[in-house]
Unconditional design. Sequence first.
Length: 94
Amino acid sequence: MARQVSDSIRDSIKPDIMRCMRVDIDEYDGVKVVVVTIERGVYVPYYIADRGLKPSGVFVRVGSETVPASDAHIRQMIKDADGERYIASRSVVL
């Protein structure tokens, strides 16, 4: 079961999140439960593969809720992750 969950996440989330993820099977009150732990990754933003790098595919936590990221937030995450490379790739050379 843990393997199926890992494979599903690997195929559904881009870029590859496997290095910051752990899947365990625990037992609570006699019931087996799949526990997925995901640490913050360095290749943000992560997104749902079939939805792409847009608000319908990128989500952020706001308090106790998970909400779609705005276009501006997605751009900021890319800029924060790529730094000067992002700025250079978006600059027009005259």
